[in-house]
Design a binder for this molecule. Structure first.
Ligand code: LLP
Length: 411
């Protein structure tokens, strides 16, 4: 058996370095993938996505029969991902008519879908009702009135803003009182009173994303449980992941424990992980182009993607690691720059890699959540394909956009 090296938790669990020191994801060679599918490309270890889904389900099942794990599909809205999550027995959270369309196309039974959104349009609500969506999560009085008038008997949850916030970037913090989402604590009683023809099944709250401490989930469970007797309590998502080796996220077990710690007997607890299901299961492959050394200042290693395939460094100052696909390790401190016409298009500032050269395949791990999801066509750049790898077989589940696609909508 050839010597291989396993990688840190930042990388897909089903990835390793082969005996030549080349990255394999889901048994597929990263450099061969780059040649076959081009770059940039989002590459996922499919078995890892499945394993993480099972890990959530099993962590809850070990503690209660009353639970539901929802795939927060905004993290990776791709029909192939919806299909996997449906097969793994998860329910689904959608945040728009578009995500609903994708969830249905991916094979989710409509009754397994929860429809979110702080400003669902009447057209989106009609779509949800006609599709037979299981639960609508009501966010505000405008929506409540619309549903009361148009959707008698519809099962609903009420989204509350609990006044609990986790320690995360303000752009992805949602639980604080000053939030566009949900009913403030002072409005909850009035909203419940207003519900007449709808079937109120429970409460929902989501305190924020990329949380690296589970204490706020315990606090939230306690608060929601104290707000009335309902069959369902949905405590949202937000479990953080390791983007770099310095990040130390809680385990799924700790997350489940915290979510269930204050659940009243017989109440079904729902959770909505997005990032933790798919973030570390995916990497992005890029090709290195220009290498620009500014003596005494820094070396820019430019790749063929950037803020069109990963907005997170620019939006949240998110930190990533990188490696050259066949030369892991190394101590050349460089800045990985994107190809967009904007100085801020920097993927990673000051990262250590091994003598990057034009033509190398550079890999950034932990891009499986909110990468494909937030991809855009800035500078007319076609969006990358999504490749699923398992057991040495690679399949393209979303093809690369073409230049023709860019003019497709022109009338
Ligand atoms: N449930 C609700 C109601 C949410 O709003 C979210 C995320 C989730 C669940 C899933 O959160 P997760 O487990 O993935 O942290 N674009 C940002 C993340 C925005 C998250 C918005 N809501 C990023 O790239 O970090």
């Amino acid at each position: 058996m050839a010597a291989t090296r396993t990688l840190s938790r930042v990388w897909p669990s089903d990835s390793r370095l082969d005996e030549r020191g080349r990255l394999q994801v889901g048994g597929c060679d990263a450099i061969e993938l780059a040649e076959r599918f081009g770059t940039p490309a989002y590459v996922y270890a499919e078995d890892d996505v499945r394993a993480r889904s099972r890990e959530f389900v099993e962590a809850f099942r070990a503690r209660t029969e009353h639970f539901e794990v929802l795939f927060a599909s905004k993290a990776f809205p791709c029909t192939a991902a919806y299909r996997i999550m449906a097969e793994e027995g998860l329910a689904c959270d959608v945040a728009s008519g578009g995500e609903l369309h994708l969830a249905l196309a991916g094979g989710f039974a409509p009754e397994r879908i929860y429809m979110h959104g702080n400003n669902k349009t009447p057209a989106e609500l009609e779509y949800a009702l006609n599709a037979g969506v299981g639960h609508v999560v009501i966010d505000n009085f405008t929506e409540l009135e619309w549903l009361e008038a148009n959707a008698p008997g519809q099962k609903v949850l009420l989204r509350v803003t609990p006044g609990i916030s986790g320690d995360t970037h303000s752009f992805i913090s949602t639980g604080q009182a000053d939030s566009k989402f949900g009913f403030g604590m002072d409005d909850v009683a009035g909203a419940i009173e207003r519900i007449d023809r709808l079937e109120l099944r429970g409460l929902h709250a989501h305190i924020g994303s990329q949380l690296l401490d589970v204490a706020p989930f315990e606090e939230l469970g306690k608060l929601l449980a104290s707000m009335g007797d309902y069959p369902l309590l949905n405590l949202g998502g937000g479990l953080g992941i390791a983007y770099t080796e310095d990040d130390d996220p809680p385990s799924v077990e700790d997350f489940a424990e915290a979510m269930l710690s204050n659940a009243p007997d017989g109440v079904t607890v729902l959770c909505e992980p997005g990032r933790a299901l798919v973030g570390n299961a995916g990497v992005t492959l890029y090709r290195v182009g220009a290498v620009k050394e500014i003596p005494g200042v820094r070396t820019y290693v430019a790749v063929d993607g950037g803020m069109s395939d990963n907005l997170r460094p620019m939006l949240y100052g998110a930190r990533y690691e990188a490696e050259i696909a066949d030369r892991f390790g190394g101590s050349d401190v460089v800045t990985v720059a994107g190809m967009h016409c904007e100085s801020g298009d920097i993927l990673i500032r000051d990262v250590s890699i091994e003598s990057p050269r034009t033509g190398d395949v550079l890999v950034i791990p932990a891009t499986g959540a909110y990468g494909h999801a937030m991809a855009n066509n800035y500078n007319g750049v076609p969006r990358p394909p999504v490749i699923f790898c398992s057991g040495g077989e690679a399949r393209e589940v979303v093809r690369r956009e073409t230049y023709e696609d860019l003019t497709y909508r022109d009338v």
